[in-house]
Design a protein around this ligand. Structure first.
Ligand code: 5GP
Ligand code: ZN
Length: 137
């Protein structure tokens, strides 16, 4: 637990949240500032800042809960679709540094558009990128 972490405070019930599900490892609750109504967050109860530092076993628990909540959000809110996303690092939009996965219900014509590819690859660029990534594995 981290004293100054808002999600740790939710786990400890020091601040309120609208809980959807809880088990020994994970907690799911409504996002306070939803993209669409029913936007939910799933977190590990233990504090890990991001995907890099969360242990695989904990992440497995988290993703199982994500699946459970995704089904419930889709069924319960009659969503046409669900976006599941995780922001890691400020450059990717992370503002709360306790690992969490967003479950966002989507409806046809809800006004949001999908990310568009910005550009193609140049000749040889794909191979170079594959090499950089695979060398880092
Ligand atoms: P991030 O950009 O870090 O992936 O998203 C953090 C999310 O946490 C945001 O969507 C934000 O609305 C949500 N959030 C921030 N503070 C609170 C809070 O105190 N309670 C709840 N339920 N959600 C929060
Ligand atoms: Zn935390």
């Amino acid at each position: 637990m981290k004293n100054d972490c808002i999600f740790c405070k939710i786990v400890k019930r020091e601040i309120p949240a609208h809980k959807l599900h809880e088990d020994t490892e994970t907690l799911a609750f409504l996002d306070i500032n939803p993209v669409n109504i029913g936007h939910a967050l799933v977190i590990p109860k233990k504090h890990f800042p991001n995907i890099y530092e969360i242990p695989e076993e904990t992440l497995l628990h988290v993703i199982k809960t994500v699946k459970k909540i995704s089904h419930a959000v889709k069924k319960g809110l009659k969503a046409d679709g669900i976006n599941v996303t995780m922001n890691n690092d400020p450059a990717a939009g992370q503002i709360v540094f306790h690992a969490h996965i967003h479950i966002i219900p989507r409806h046809i014509n809800d006004g949001f558009s999908h990310w568009r590819g910005k550009r193609g690859y140049q000749e040889g660029e794909k191979e170079a990128v594959v090499q950089k990534i695979t060398q880092a594995l």
